[in-house]
Design a protein around this ligand. Structure first.
Ligand code: HSE
Length: 299
């Protein structure tokens, strides 16, 4: 009647794949307890870690739970406890972890009536509360693991992309908050054709590099000519971090989700630690508080 789950952090966009690509981290995640109750309805009974609304209709985990509850019409209710480790607004899929966790847990307790695509459909409703827009690039890797490509959100179509064996991510999180809704609002509505051509060439070759474990191709594909030029201005010292990471062996560096976290992909743990040390050196001079860690891709 009760389940405790780990809902992982994720990195969305992965440079060139705005709103479609993402990967799952194994280092950070929220814990949630979902409990069946006789009393009908969805009740958030505990939130630890960060100050978030208890009203189910206002809470990301609550909204996705309600979407599933209204579809399933079960003969019971659910209590949700949220132990948040992923800071909201940090850029590593905090809202997605909450949105996915509640529906995943409820589905288990109901005997798995829904598949992961259907769970994504419910979770999109919760994610939209946070970003004011429906997207599934954090939800998909949290649910499926590894790298995912969201081919479409209506209907939901998700592709699982293989993860090369030796791939690690270094994530730095400067302690400032950037709201996804705000960092979406600054983006241009139209893109020049030449930039679009560069971007879709990079997305295609990035996917190919993941299928073939071609680290050189992965490196030459991790570029974003459309979104990063705008959003990087919101992140203090982004260009210095990127330069230091690339000089110290990162395959690529970009904004994690809508920021302020910055991810670097690296070949091997040793390289990821080198990159971490180099970034740490740069950022500790800025006076801005931050945390930084290395994670294996969670498949
Ligand atoms: N694709 C989304 C964005 C991810 O970059 O706005 C953030 O939730």
């Amino acid at each position: 009647n009760e389940i405790r789950i780990f809902s992982p952090a994720t990195v969305a966009n992965v440079s060139c794949g705005f709103d479609v690509l993402g990967f799952c981290l194994d280092s950070v995640g929220d814990e949630m307890v979902i409990r069946k109750t006789d009393k009908k309805g969805i009740y958030i009974t505990k939130i630890e870690g960060f100050d978030l609304p208890y009203e189910a209709e206002l809470n990301v985990a609550g909204v996705s739970a309600l979407a599933m509850y209204e579809a399933a019409k079960p003969d019971c209710g659910f209590e949700i406890e949220i132990y948040k480790n992923i800071k909201p607004g940090s850029g590593i899929g905090s809202s997605a972890a909450s949105a996915v966790g509640s529906v995943f847990g409820m589905n288990e307790l109901l005997g798995r009536p829904y598949n992961k695509i259907q769970l994504t459909e419910f979770a999109i409703k919760g994610e939209a509360v946070a970003s004011k827009c429906e997207h599934a690039d954090n939800l998909a890797p949290a649910l499926f693991g590894g790298f995912t490509l969201v081919k479409s959100i209506s209907p939901v179509e998700i592709l699982q992309i293989p993860t090369p064996e030796n791939l690690y991510a270094t994530i730095i999180h400067p302690q400032i908050e950037i709201k996804t809704s705000e960092s979406r609002a600054i983006l241009p509505k139209e893109v020049p054709l030449q930039n679009a051509i560069t971007q879709w060439a990079n997305v295609g070759s990035l996917i190919h590099s993941l299928h073939t474990s071609d680290y050189e191709l992965l490196k030459s594909s991790l570029h974003d000519v459309i979104v990063e030029p705008y959003r990087s201005q919101l992140i203090p010292h982004f260009n210095e971090v990127k330069k230091a990471a690339l000089q110290n062996g990162a395959l690529g560096t970009g904004i994690s989700g809508s920021g302020p976290s910055i991810f670097s992909l690296c070949k091997g743990l040793e390289s990821a630690i080198n990159v971490k040390d180099a970034i740490e050196k740069i950022y500790s001079k800025t006076g801005i508080e931050f945390d930084i860690h290395v994670s294996k891709i969670n498949t």
